[in-house]
Design a protein around this ligand. Structure first.
Ligand SMILES: CC[C@H](C)[C@H](NC(=O)[C@H](C)NC(=O)[C@@H](CCSC)NC[C@@H](N)Cc1ccccc1)C(=O)O
Length: 330
C-alpha cells in the first residue's frame, strides 16, 4: 500500500496541520505530524472544557470501533516546556488513504496552556521511533511503525513548503517532488529520534565551506533551525543590525535586512540550500520593524534540531528500512 496526504502551514509556517480520521463513523481532526516525538495524542471528550479553545475533540464513546486500553496512561513533555497527558483507546485511524485498524490513540485529559492557545491544532502524531513512546505500562507503536510492513517501501517522505501546502507520503518516493538526486545519510535512532550528522555548513552563495560536524534530529514538529551557538553567531555576523536579545529569547534583526542563504552539507558531496528569506521567521513587534531569526541556538538541548526552516527547503526521506535519511533539493 501507499498513501499521500496534504499538510498545510499555519501563519509564518509555525507548524503544519494534516487531516487525520479516527473511529467509526470517522471523526476528522487536524494533526501536527511530528517526527520529533512518538506519541499520537488528541484533544478529546476527556479534555476539560476550560482547556479547549476551538479544537476538534475526538470522542471515543461516539466510535463503534473504539476500545479502551485498560490501565494504560500517558504523559509527555516537549522541549518548549509544553505538555499533555491522559489515557488510551485503540481505534481505526486513516490518513492519506492508508489506515490501521487498532492504532493507539492517546486521548488528552489534560493539556498545557500552549496547546490550548494553539486553536487549530487538534493533536500531535509522533513519527519518531516507538522506543520513546510515553504510554505506560506498555509502550505503543507509531502509526508509521504499524503500517510499515504493509507499505510498498518501509519509508515515508516529507515535502513541507514555505507558505504553501505540501505532502507527507507513505511507502513510496514521488520522483516529481524533487530535483537532482537524493543523498542518503545514516540515522542513529538510539535516542528514539531521526538523528543524523551534517559534515558542515556554508554561509552565503560565495561563502567558504566550514567543516564542523553538526549532530541533530529531523523534527517536523519544531518550527525553527536550532544549531550550535558558534554557527549561529557566525551567520548573524553577516546580517547588519542583528543582535541577541534575551528579551525576545533569541537573535533579532531589522525586517528589511538582507539575509544570506545558508547551506547544510549532507554526506560527502551534497548540500541543502536554505534561501535567505527562510532565515527570517516572524516580526517581533506590531510595526514589523524587527524580525525573529529562523536560525537560533540549540543551547541546553544536547543536540541540534533540523526543524521546519530547514526541512521546507528539502525533499526528505525517512527510511526506517535502512535506518537512513534521504535529502534532495526541490
Ligand atoms: C523537555 C522534554 C524533553 C525534550 C524530552 N521530550 C522530547 O524529546 C519530545 C518527545 N520531543 C520534543 O520535545 C521535540 C524534540 C526534542 S527537543 C529537546 N520535538 C517535538 C516537539 N517539537 C513537538 C511539539 C510540537 C508542537 C508544539 C510543542 C511541541 C523528554 O520527554 O525527555
Amino acid at each position: 500500500s501507499t498513501g499521500s496526504v496534504v499538510t498545510t502551514p499555519q501563519q509564518y509556517d509555525v507548524e503544519y496541520l494534516t487531516p487525520v480520521t479516527i473511529g467509526t463513523p470517522g471523526q476528522n481532526l487536524e494533526i501536527d505530524i511530528d517526527t520529533g516525538s512518538s506519541d499520537f495524542w488528541v484533544f478529546s471528550s476527556e479534555t476539560p472544557k476550560s482547556q479547549v479553545d476551538g479544537q476538534t475533540c475526538y470522542n471515543p464513546n461516539k466510535s463503534s470501533t473504539a476500545k479502551k486500553l485498560e490501565g494504560a496512561t500517558w504523559e509527555i513533555e516537549y522541549g518548549d516546556g509544553s505538555s499533555s497527558s491522559g489515557d488510551v483507546y485503540l481505534d481505526k485511524v486513516k490518513m492519506g488513504g492508508v489506515n490501521f485498524s487498532s492504532q493507539a490513540v492517546e486521548v488528552a485529559s489534560k493539556v498545557s496552556a500552549e496547546f490550548t492557545a494553539d486553536t487549530n491544532n487538534d493533536g500531535l502524531m509522533g513519527l519518531a521511533f516507538g522506543s520513546i513512546n510515553q504510554v505506560r505500562p506498555q509502550k505503543q507503536t507509531t502509526f508509521f511503525e504499524n503500517l510499515q510492513s504493509s507499505l510498498d517501501k518501509p519509508l515515508f517522505t516529507a515535502d513541507l513548503k514555505s507558505g504553501a501546502p505540501g505532502h507527507f507520503n507513505f511507502g513510496y518516493i514521488d520522483k516529481n517532488a524533487y530535483t537532482g538526486s537524493i543523498t542518503y545519510t545514516p540515522v542513529n535512532s538510539t535516542q528514539g529520534f531521526w538523528m543524523w550528522t551534517s559534515p558542515g555548513y556554508t554561509i552565503g552563495a560565495s561563502g567558504k565551506f566550514k567543516s564542523s560536524p553538526i549532530e541533530g534530529i529531523a523534527d517536523t514538529g519544531t518550527t525553527l533551525l536550532l544549531l550550535p551557538s558558534s554557527v549561529v553567531k557566525a551567520y548573524y555576523k553577516n546580517v547588519s543590525g542583528a543582535s541577541y536579545q534575551s528579551s525576545n529569547g533569541g537573535y533579532v534583526f531589522p525586517c528589511d535586512a538582507t539575509l544570506p542563504s545558508f547551506y547544510v552539507s549532507v554526506g560527502d558531496d551534497a548540500r541543502i540550500k536554505i534561501p535567505g528569506k527562510y532565515m527570517s521567521y516572524a516580526p517581533v513587534d506590531s510595526q514589523g520593524q524587527n524580525c525573529f531569526g529562523g536560525l537560533q541556538t540549540d543551547d541546553g538541548i544536547g543536540f541540534s534540531i533540523f526543524g521546519d526552516v530547514f526541512l521546507k527547503a528539502a525533499f526528505v526521506v525517512f527510511d526506517a528500512g535502512k535506518e537512513r535519511l534521504g535529502l534532495a533539493a526541490k
